[in-house]
Ligand binder design. Sequence first.
Ligand code: CAA
Length: 248
Amino acid sequence: MTNRVALVTGGNGGIGTEVCKYLSALGYTVVSTCVNADKEDILGWQEELQAEGHQVNWVECDVSDFNACGAMAEKVEGEYGPVDVLVNLAGITRDAFIHKMEKDAWDAVINVNLTSAFNVTRNLIDNMRSRGFGRIINISSVNGQTGQFGQTNYSAAKAGLHGFTMALAKEGARKGITANTVSPGYINTSMTAAIPDEVKEQILAQVPAGRMGRPDEIARVVAFLAADESEYINGANIPVNGALFTSF
Ligand code: CAA
């Protein structure tokens, strides 16, 4: 058990919820960001987790807004203590072939999926450095490794996220701060539920495991990387994709 503090951006989504539960079960004080508490019924979400025995806290923050992240970091650290573990998980899709993609869809995905990682990390890193401890876990995607139809924006953001991880890992290594990426494959969430059925069937046919992944299969890898004992794992990208994409 631990008494460290973990911040999970977009922790109330499909994968995020399992990450929050997993970390809370290990003793972390967990705080999730959401964009709009009312629209996302964050109180209902919190109650559901509570009923399962998980005390998870939340804070409103648009992670694509740098200044909002500064205010959020101050609030979270003031209320719960210094953030030891940061899971940059908030992500959206705005899929379209590039010849049909609006500039807004490009900007939104880059800002929410990639720039957000800078925005939140930048506002927490000074304290991590001065305390000599940090675990930063960036949630990327198999589609950042392979590219995917309709996802020039998403694939670029997710590939960029691992570049961010690798540079951050080198910078933090002598300060007790690690940065790693987890790259999920196709996981059962509302995001993948939105894929047109015939496309989903084509994708599933390519997954050697023969099934979609479960959110808890991502959460346990996040928890593993978050542990104090994982200090020498730094700059890695851990795929969790049912062998959909294999590489060195
Ligand atoms: N594999 C093979 N062919 C594909 C394909 C795919 N993944 N996606 C689209 N195509 C093909 C279609 O079969 C179609 O072929 P035909 O013209 O021969 O019929 C052609 O491309 C055009 O497709 P659409 O008619 O669907 O064109 P559209 O403009 O209406 O939509 C699209 C295009 C937005 C790419 C849509 O097909 C789509 O949403 N595809 C799913 C994209 C996807 O996989 N997103 C992943 C979301 S989950 C996620 O991102 C989580 C994660 O990290 C893994």
